[in-house]
Design a protein around this ligand. Structure first.
Ligand code: PHE
Length: 358
């Protein structure tokens, strides 16, 4: 066939393809069109076999003409193929196939342990290593356990130190975990090492550093030759371990009817690093560990032989310690039950300020 006829034939094939492709709705049909045109035996493909019949001078040009035509046809078919695919995707995403299994899934929101609980567990582990057992006492306490057994008789002015929720049955909501001291002495005798974490209640006006419901860990160690030096050493070990570093502490005298002598052990305020802020009432110090040598009257009430034994006791402020550890400035968030997801955390000095979804 001469070149002119060849060109004409090619033009016809191309026109035919363009027409057919426009009507094609299925990818499969497109594929068979592809083979019937471009395949070895296809209308265009088979023309290659005819090149050998041309005079040598024309062979090159014929080959180029056919190949160029094949390219154009392939482009038309490919374009239609892409359009069909795109249409299928949009149809799917509007319909039943809207699920795209290749997208990453939604993460379920996971809960976590409350900061006070987390620190409580940590404190328990530390004391267990020091040979202490973990005890619990009731939150509804008798007046005897909460006060009398701790050398706070009814007429004692120290009862005013702790504003108490009195219940109609004559019991109280315990104002501290110290009643567990007496209960443990009665239960185990001496020598003795116990801690008693738990919730305490005071009739207080709530503000950034006061709650009517808070947590303490009572500690009691009774043995031979126990001194206040043992108490201070143990308190420092505890604070350093919980805070994971050397914590600055100071010791002041403090009065509690159930200890003699009594101390207040303060730690460096971790919110402002001692500079003074609202949380530490501008002092740079946080009272975390009131303590002292157990008063002989308390030992006697617990049936302990004061000729043989001495002991120390402390009332670790667990809520305050959790605030220091996690940089929580306002005690009120701890009981607020605010479950809105946290969307941001920002460090400001020692504190972590969290922002929540509105
Ligand atoms: N129970 C005291 C309080 O809550 C703290 C304390 C415990 C003090 C043990 C000394 C010894 O204030």
């Amino acid at each position: 066939m001469d070149l002119e006829t060849l060109n004409q034939q090619i033009a016809e094939i191309e026109a035919d393809v363009a027409k057919k492709v426009g009507d094609m709705q299925a990818v499969d049909a497109l594929r068979s069109l592809d083979t019937s045109i471009l395949g070895k035996k296809g209308t265009l493909g088979s023309l290659i076999g005819g090149i050998k019949d041309y005079p040598p001078a024309q062979k090159g040009q014929v080959g180029q003409t056919i190949n160029a035509a094949k390219k154009r046809v392939k482009a038309i078919i490919d374009a239609r193929h892409a359009a069909l695919k795109q249409a299928a995707v949009s149809a799917d995403s509007a319909g039943a196939m809207a699920h795209d299994p290749t997208l990453p899934g939604d993460r379920p929101t996971m809960g976590s342990v409350h900061p006070v609980t987390a620190v409580q567990w940590e404190v328990e582990r530390i004391f267990e290593r020091l040979g202490f057992t973990v005890e619990a006492g009731p939150e509804m306490e008798s007046e005897y356990h909460n006060f009398e057994a701790l050398n706070i008789p009814a007429s004692h002015p120290a009862r005013d130190m702790q504003d108490t929720f009195w219940l109609t049955n004559g019991s109280v909501l315990r104002t501290h975990t110290s009643p567990v001291q007496h209960r443990s002495m009665k239960k185990f005798g001496a020598p003795l090492r116990v801690i008693a974490p738990g919730r305490c209640f005071r009739y207080e006006t709530i503000d950034a550093s006061h709650e009517n419901t808070f947590h303490q860990v009572e500690g009691l160690l009774i043995d031979k030759d126990i001194s206040i030096a043992n108490l201070i050493a143990m308190a420092k070990t505890l604070l350093n371990e919980v805070m994971n570093r050397e914590v600055k502490v100071r010791v002041r005298p403090g009065f509690f009817p159930f200890v003699e002598p009594g101390i207040e052990l303060d730690m460096n305020c971790e919110i402002c690093d001692g500079a003074g802020c609202a949380t530490c009432k501008r002092s740079g110090w946080i009272e975390v560990l009131p303590a002292g040598m157990v008063h002989p009257k308390v030992l006697e009430a617990g049936g302990i032989d004061t000729e043989v034994y001495t002991g120390f006791a402390f009332g670790l402020g667990l809520t305050r310690l959790a605030m220091m550890k996690y940089g929580i400035r306002d005690i009120r968030v701890l009981n607020s039950g605010d479950l809105r997801p946290i969307v941001g955390r920002e460090r400001q000095g020692g504190a972590v300020i969290v922002s929540r979804e509105p």
